[in-house]
Design a protein around this ligand. Structure first.
Ligand code: 4NP
Length: 159
């Protein structure tokens, strides 16, 4: 069975599509399944934001196969690990958790770089292109650490 990882932000058009694309590029697709979702319903079925598509392309990643979808309580069953981009996403996702076991699956993605600091990936939606560069670098580093843990078996289907 594959380890299933879900990346979550608010709109599922800026940050989590980048996190999905970056992590996918670093793992064995036979072993790890990666997807993304948004807590909001504003951008269902939409392509990622043009600025996310551009920064991904600059880094040789194509994320244009992705379409926006909303996070649901069923995702707690379908996924082993749920990485959220900021503290607001964390609150919104935890509010839908059916039990403690489900809550344990939810982690702030930047805690993979700064353990226990609960730092947000800033929402770049209302800012300029520099925000997307910044977000890309943070997610690149965080996903590198997640990919390493997956490869070493430090995280998997049951932990
Ligand atoms: P994301 O950014 O959560 O990184 O996808 C946003 C995209 C859209 C909106 C907010 C944040 N919005 O309000 O439409």
């Amino acid at each position: 069975m594959k380890t299933k990882v879900l990346m979550v932000c608010l709109g599922n058009i800026c940050r989590s599509p980048l996190a999905e694309g970056i992590l996918k590029s670093k793992v064995n697709p036979q072993k790890v399944y990666v997807e993304s979702a948004g807590t909001g319903d504003y951008h269902i079925d939409e392509l990622p934001d043009k600025r996310s598509v551009a920064i991904a392309k600059k880094n040789n990643l194509d994320i244009t196969d992705q379409r926006g979808r909303q996070f649901t309580a069923e995702d707690f069953e379908a996924f082993d690990h749920i990485y959220v981009m900021d503290n607001s996403n964390y609150e919104n996702v935890i509010a839908l958790a059916p039990n403690k076991e489900a809550e344990k699956k939810v982690k702030l993605i930047l805690n993979e770089i700064f353990p226990g600091e609960n730092v947000d990936v800033p929402d770049p939606y209302f800012g300029g292109d520099h925000g997307f560069e910044n977000v890309y670098q943070m997610l690149e580093e965080a996903c590198e650490n997640i990919a390493r843990k997956l490869k070493k078996g430090l995280i998997g289907e049951s932990n």
